[in-house]
Design a protein around this ligand. Structure first.
Ligand code: ATP
Length: 396
């Protein structure tokens, strides 16, 4: 059985909740009817979705455009109804509950603040709509609004209108508005996309801090692998509606389960070569680069992270040297190899390999002759093998 569970506990600033909450998505699938004249079949935006999130963590939903991230988020929020599968909050089946009854906080890319209301009125808005036993007095509402504003550090700006704020400040107001009702789950859909590079960095650190302080289980949608890596406790990598891997960020990077995941994470990207296993050894072209255990002879893809290359006169992998880029802390050696699927092979040489660096720098001075070669020895844990048909990882 496929189950997606969010565990929530009320042992944090969501005081008053005091309950242990578990949210479960079960065999979650969403199909949209095909509308293209040529292609009438359904679009399966989310396909039998499965994962488990530990209590109070921040989960990054990561994948390229159109892989189903927003659809997943909208299913969790209740903005969309699944075609198949169920959603439980605790023991309650909430599949048919409207978003406003799910106890969620939502933040979108475009802030969606009311322009004619002040910051304070925007944050108060969700509280003013509370009914029955949840209804609050004016003082209680103000107290909660200021508390949320302090958390995102905009309590000085409460009387301004959204038009008088920077993008980053507007996004913080949107987060305060999502937090003010103390949601059980906070859902963020590309919340940093409209910000410039510096603000993006600052706001993502802010989101991380707020999440750590509130311990609200948070799902963060992004197509930016660096953003997902830096902010998430766990990353869910998606492709065409299907989960590819769910792991801690470092694990996804160090131990990708398939070629798609290996290629999606990392800057510069992983270098991919065609290779062969022959007589229990792994070859790229004619270069035998490592032992291949008990694997049978076959063609494979070989992924090598840029930091896995070490220039050595007797290194196993021979490439043609194309250039050297000095990038402050590290240098990047650009080379080519007939078996490389990437146009160039990019390797990063850290300053700790000073001797290698000096040799390479001297090679890269002036015009590099067309027959200049560079040999690399490879760090075995930075080399990944993938099946050529399925593109799944082959573990040696
Ligand atoms: P992006 O990063 O570009 O926002 P995404 O990963 O969030 O993409 P979704 O918006 O979830 O992707 O879309 C997943 C797939 O479902 C896409 O192929 C998209 O075209 C399709 N889709 C989404 N909404 C609808 C809809 N209302 N009707 C038909 N197809 C839809």
């Amino acid at each position: 059985m496929h189950i997606f569970t969010l565990f929530l506990h009320g042992n944090d600033v969501r005081e008053g909740l005091g309950i242990e909450m578990e949210v479960t998505l079960q065999n979650l699938t969403k199909k949209f009817p095909g509308r293209d004249r040529k292609k009438q079949e359904d679009v399966i935006a989310v396909n039998d979705f499965t994962f488990q999130i530990p209590d109070g963590k921040l989960i990054g939903l990561l994948g390229p455009s159109g892989c189903g991230k927003s659809t997943t988020l909208n299913l969790i929020s209740g903005l969309l109804k699944p075609t198949d599968g169920k959603i439980f909050f605790g023991k309650d089946d909430v599949t048919d509950l409207p978003p406003e009854n799910r106890g969620i906080g939502l933040v979108f890319q475009n802030y969606a603040l009311y322009p004619h209301l002040t910051v304070k009125q925007n944050i108060l808005f969700p509280l003013e709509n509370l009914k029955g036993k949840d209804k609050l007095s004016k003082e209680q509402m103000l107290e909660k609004a200021y508390e949320a504003a302090r958390l995102v550090q905009i309590d000085e700006l409460m009387d301004r209108k959204p038009g008088e704020l920077s993008g980053g400040q507007q996004q913080r107001v949107a987060i305060a508005r999502a937090l003010v009702k103390r949601p059980k789950v906070l859902l963020l859909d590309e919340p940093l996309s409209n910000l410039d590079a510096r603000l993006r960095l600052q706001t993502r650190e802010e989101i991380r801090r707020i999440q750590r302080e509130t311990k609200i289980t948070t799902i963060f949608v992004t197509h930016d692998q660096e953003e997902a890596m830096s902010i998430s406790d766990m990353i869910v990598v998606m492709k065409e509606g299907m989960v590819q891997q769910i792991d801690k960020p470092q694990k996804v990077y160090d131990d990708p389960e398939n070629l798609f995941v290996a290629k999606f994470l990392g800057t510069p990207p992983v270098n991919v070569f065609t290779g062969q296993i022959k007589n229990h050894k792994l070859y790229i072209g004619n270069d035998c680069i490592m032992e291949a255990g008990e694997e049978a002879d076959r063609e494979v893809y070989v992924g090598i992270r840029p930091e896995g290359f070490f220039p050595k006169a007797d290194g196993a992998l021979c490439c043609r040297l194309c250039g050297v880029e000095v990038m402050g802390r590290d240098i990047s050696v650009i080379s080519s190899n007939p078996s490389s699927l990437n146009a160039v092979v990019r390797s990063i040489i850290g300053t700790e390999n000073k001797a290698d660096m000096e040799e390479i720098l001297s090679m890269g001075e002036g015009n590099i002759s067309t027959d200049a070669v560079v040999r690399f020895s490879l760090a075995p844990h930075k080399v990944f093998l993938f099946d050529k048909e399925t593109e799944d990882r082959i573990y040696l």
